[in-house]
Design a protein around this ligand. Structure first.
Ligand code: 5GP
Length: 123
């Protein structure tokens, strides 16, 4: 899948759409999710043009990958989530329900988060 320069997170990175920024460095931007699923729900995105985890994990440089995941850890720590704990999640593709085609990690915290997945009925 080719990268779409008009996806919503590309537009947030360019400053064309406002976001509630919580962290930024050379590799990553973190901002509050517009539709939070927990008291803390932050999205962390790399600055490069990567569609999803498969794209990022295979084509980003080692410096970008290291920088990005260090930023995720930094954001979680700065938000005070390390000790109570938090969940990080990345949706890849249709089966996972990925809505925005720019790789992103969700950080959830601020309450007990419950089971990892809601059990769904088999077809
Ligand atoms: P996905 O389903 O792709 O893993 O998650 C996309 C997330 O982006 C959703 O949690 C959704 O609420 C969030 N989102 C979609 N559009 C915007 C927006 O314009 N601003 C912000 N801050 N979050 C958005």
């Amino acid at each position: 899948m080719a990268y779409d320069d008009d996806n919503i997170f590309a537009r947030i990175l360019r400053g064309e759409i406002p976001s509630r920024k919580v962290y930024e460095d050379e590799h990553a931007l973190a901002f509050e999710d517009i539709n939070p699923q927990a008291p803390v729900h932050v999205l962390v995105i790399p600055k490069g043009r990567y569609v999803s985890m498969a794209d990022f994990g295979t084509t980003a440089s080692p410096a970008e990958i290291t920088g990005f995941f260090r930023a995720v850890a930094t954001v979680a720590a700065q938000l005070g989530l390390d000790r109570p704990g938090y969940r990080m999640l990345a949706n890849h593709g249709d089966a996972a329900g990925q809505e925005v085609p720019h790789f992103h990690v969700h950080l959830f915290g601020g309450r007990k988060l419950g089971p990892m997945l809601t059990r769904v009925q088999a077809d």
